[in-house]
Ligand binder design. Sequence first.
Ligand SMILES: [Fe+2]
Ligand SMILES: [Fe+2]
Length: 264
Amino acid sequence: MNGDGPVTIAQISDLHCGSPHFVPSLLERAIAELNELGPDCVIVSGDLTNDGFRPEYQTAREYLDRLECERVIVVPGNHDSRNVGYVHFEELFGERSTFLHIDGVSIVAIDSTEPDLDHGTIGRGRYPWIQECFANDAYLRIFVLHHHLLPVPGTGRERNIVHDAGDALETLQRADCHLVLSGHKHVSYAWRLEDLFVVNAGTVSTTRLRGKTKPCYGVIEASPERVTVYRKYPFHEQEAILQFDPRTYEYEKSGQLLGETATG
Ligand SMILES: [Fe+2]
Ligand SMILES: [Fe+2]
């Protein structure tokens, strides 16, 4: 936050407050760890609730109020848009899409949900806005949405992907976006597609897991020469899953991304 050093961004996703699989101690711990870390921004990439009900939203609000970070970006997930939950979202969290610029890093975060549907949509009408937001001299451009833009390995049958994923990916490439951050599948993974890095976060606070994956969240450390994406397990260690140079797109990806799921 000093304007000179690296910018640190944390991403938590798929909290699912109100779900029988929600584990309060995981979210409490993640929030405590984030307060210790002191990132410049915390991104919450959707599925705050399980069914979009107001008490679930209030619980999520209470947890997120404990974050000491001044900049918190929140977008809804498909679960939050159930039962007209977006009404509560707007009341308790504000705008469903956001643009933020922090010390050379531009972040565009959008609501990719549709009421009562599980799939995602960005929509052609929003492509010009995305391009306008990214038309600046940021050294790193980050796009945030709940749904996955590319299939995520280790997640079984493909479904609920963004309906206009192809056009959206092309728009992001043309806008010189470097990094996409999403959630939804509850499995952490990273792809490189042309000059775009696409990182999916796991669920931070539920046992709604796939295979042998574990609850986790993301931490991104960015400087004009290097961007490193870490996966952090609440109560446990963190590991670098992706590093890249935002000028040349030269990159290194962990061979352990799927952990035991890849072979087990
Ligand atoms: Fe979810
Ligand atoms: Fe979801």
